[in-house]
Design a protein around this ligand. Structure first.
Ligand code: BGC
Length: 384
């Protein structure tokens, strides 16, 4: 835990404050308070936010979040158990509807038609919970959350091979390499903590699949290879792009394979080649794009991904570069210290920026996940 007694840097205090003020009394963290389409809690954003709070001694906030996740999952027990009972004959739609990508802050479902079958967050919460318990020694919490853990593991055991939406809410017809990293990493982490050999075996199986199907030219690829020719993907705006072109490219979320999930070490040749390709195609002045074909708000540079690259650099001992990532993220905060999701200083496809602004409003700010990743990189730099 970092020393909260001594004066923190202003952006650290502001980030903690932004997160605290935007934690619902239920324990859920809203993705962004000022962006209507992000008025939900995603387990991906929420778990990294809780992890950031843990790193700065705000354990009560993190604890409240994990209790909320458990209550929310347990409240969907009958739907989940129906899907689980159907076993291997289960319909994809039944599994897809069992647990959604995002929840309202009181644990309800998003009833809009925004696709919602997305698994990565369920692996991520298992990882974050294990980290929280190890950091705080709160074994009682682990007991209390037994039901949520059990249901999640049963669900993921059935669902992990199915195509589902990426962490960016896209390409629901694909198996995403970074999603498998969240599942193998999260399941493995909790399995070791609670001593569950069958969950450990599941994590090993998912990791094996990832390393077999999620590698192209000796590095990780955005999509895992499925049998047959690559799918056709309708690009926003009309043209059809071959799925393989997108799928063979890198995605900055592939960094998750090393941090936090530790499925490949930072110097594994496959990871080194992945990071080289990320640096070559996605990094501009320490800001990081999501993937080469991104057009969301024109495809800007994401603060949280810059922090992720910095986290990887810490792990690889490249501390000067990690500090440059931190400085870049800090420079993107506005005069009040608020951090957006992305900035438009370098856009992949500028023509898409204005249409998105007209559709959904200005880029989300503050984004709690950006603040959280900033805090995580700060604490990693202090640790190294
Ligand atoms: C991103 C998700 C994120 C959500 C809320 C979406 O634009 O693709 O990764 O969970 O925003 O921050």
């Amino acid at each position: 835990m970092l020393n909260r007694g001594k004066a923190q840097e202003p952006l650290v205090d502001i980030s903690i404050d932004v997160i605290k003020r935007n934690q619902h009394p239920s324990g859920a963290y809203v993705a962004s308070p000022c962006f209507p389409n992000y008025a939900y809690c995603w387990l991906r954003d929420g778990t990294y936010t809780a992890n950031a709070m843990d790193r700065f001694g705000e354990h009560e906030s993190a604890r409240a979040y994990f209790l909320w996740v458990n209550r929310t999952i347990a409240a969907n027990r009958s739907r989940l158990e129906r899907a689980v009972r159907a076993g291997s004959s289960v319909q994809r739609s039944e599994l897809a509807n069992a647990l959604p990508a995002r929840w309202t802050l009181d644990g309800g479902r998003d009833e809009t038609d925004w696709p919602s079958f997305q698994l990565d967050g369920y692996g991520t919460w298992l990882w974050g919970l294990a980290e929280h318990v190890v950091r705080t020694g709160d074994a009682v919490l682990l007991e209390e959350l037994h039901e949520g853990i059990r249901l999640t593991l049963e669900y993921l055991r059935l669902a992990w091979r199915l195509p589902n939406y990426s962490c960016w809410e896209e390409h629901g017809d694909q198996v995403h390499t970074s999603t498998l990293a969240c599942l193998a990493g999260g399941i493995g982490r909790i399995a070791r903590l609670i001593g569950d050999p069958s969950a450990e075996a599941l994590a090993a199986e998912i990791r094996g699949y990832l390393l077999e199907c999620g590698i192209v030219d000796g590095r990780l690829s955005k999509f895992c290879r499925q049998q047959g020719p690559g799918p056709q993907i309708i690009a926003p705006g009309g043209g059809v792009r071959a799925g393989r072109d997108i799928g063979d490219s890198v995605d900055a979320s592939l960094l998750w394979v090393t941090v936090p999930f530790g499925l490949l070490g930072p110097f594994d040749p496959r990871m080194l080649r992945t990071v080289e390709e990320v640096e070559r195609t996605l990094v501009r002045d320490y800001g990081v794009h999501r993937y080469p074909a991104d057009t969301y708000y024109g495809g800007g540079l994401w603060l949280l991904l810059s922090a992720w690259l910095g986290w990887y650099y810490c792990e690889a001992g490249r501390l000067a570069e990690a500090r440059s990532c931190l400085a870049w993220v800090e420079a993107q905060a506005d005069a009040d210290g608020l951090m957006p999701e992305q900035v438009d200083t370098h856009l992949i496809d500028p023509g898409y920026r204005q249409p998105w602004i007209e559709r959904w409003g200005p880029v989300a700010k503050p984004l709690l996940w950006s603040h959280a990743m900033y805090l995580i990189l700060r604490s990693e730099l202090d640790r190294h």
